[in-house]
Design a protein around this ligand. Sequence first.
Ligand SMILES: Nc1nc2c(c(=O)[nH]1)N[C@H]1C(S)=C(S)[C@@H](COP(=O)(O)O)O[C@H]1N2
Ligand SMILES: [Mo]
Length: 201
Amino acid sequence: MITRGFTGRQLPPDIAKRLPPGQSLTQDFPVLSAGPTPHIRTEGWSFTLKVGPKPIAQWSWTEFNALPKAKQTRDIHCVTKWSKLDTPWEGVLIDDILNAAGLVPPTPYTLAHSYDGYSTNVPTKDLIGGKAMVALAYEGKPLPPDHGGPARLLVPHLYFWKSAKWVNGLQFTARDEAGFWELRGYHIYGDPWRKQRFTGD
Ligand SMILES: Nc1nc2c(c(=O)[nH]1)N[C@H]1C(S)=C(S)[C@@H](COP(=O)(O)O)O[C@H]1N2
Ligand SMILES: [Mo]
């Protein structure tokens, strides 16, 4: 899948230092999904915040797109060992979603939920302070379905499985509850710089 991967040793030092251990650089944008790509119409789309089981805020596509937008260009790192540098995204920061809901982060942990039944857990502090967004566009164009369109979570400082595609809500949880891959042997946190690929790494 990674046809032209470059590892640290062959790269200029300023590029090599941006690759976490064991990662190779890719120029293309691989698609990795546990199942088929769902095609989600923006007409029926909604995004919900929950605290435990209780819904506390919800936006339609139109309402969500009226929230403040931010642009971020970030390096992304997949647990399958590809990294892609300077990926340009636009979307709504989690900070601005919380603001719009009049909410201070209610619990230390969060589960992101998606239309395909996928979920992934992230400590709430890793989602705020400008560290994460719900991305709506990539390279200046609406996010394509394969890459999670119409909306995906983007948490670029963690392995890319934490960036839930087709996201439809965040659930704040009291405890760190394992999501789809975390229940199947992947690391509960997933820091690429600490090679936290699998449970116990
Ligand atoms: N909803 C959902 N989100 C998902 C996945 C998935 O199967 N379903 N796969 C994850 C994995 S393992 C990775 S590496 C990235 C891949 O994103 P990409 O296909 O845009 O490269 O999406 C993550 N988000
Ligand atoms: Mo992945």
